[in-house]
Design a protein around this ligand. Structure first.
Ligand code: FES
Length: 134
């Protein structure tokens, strides 16, 4: 084989290998195990004044006897829920699922209630919500 032919073949192999890796990357990245990560959302005392406060994908709900947090992600396909202060319910703008203030499913294509997000209170009065992402 001539030197020019050898170099040409080598470049073709390199280009083929590069193209194959671009095509294979989405398949391999889909098959690999995804590690769930945790995201901390801090509600400072000034954030806790309202009955329902939204921050970074979490609703903090203050009721007379309890403070709890719900994920704002719809359990159908994951759209972010809107809170309707008039009805006191959460409504999904995507396909219309509706949930009570406590997170119970009322109607719509969603089959599960909203997820409760664990809370911890710090010495400084902050409330930390730990949301699982991914
Ligand atoms: S994503 Fe909320 S109802 Fe479909």
């Amino acid at each position: 084989m001539e030197r020019r032919g050898f170099i040409k073949k080598g470049l073709q192999w390199a280009a083929s290998l590069l193209g194959a890796s671009f095509l294979a990357y989405p398949a391999f990245s889909f098959m690999t195990f995804r590690k769930a990560t945790k995201k901390r959302i801090v509600f400072h005392p000034e954030d806790q004044a309202g009955a329902v406060t939204f921050k970074e994908g979490v609703y903090l709900i203050r009721e007379p006897n309890e403070i709890f947090a719900l994920s704002a992600q719809c359990t159908h396909l994951g759209c972010t829920l809107n809170y309707d202060a008039v009805s006191g319910r959460f409504a999904c703008p995507c396909h219309g699922s509706v949930f009570t203030l406590s997170g119970k499913r009322i109607s719509g294509p969603a089959r599960k209630d909203l997820y409760r997000v664990p809370l911890t209170k710090t010495a400084s009065g902050d409330i930390e919500a730990v949301l699982e992402v991914g």
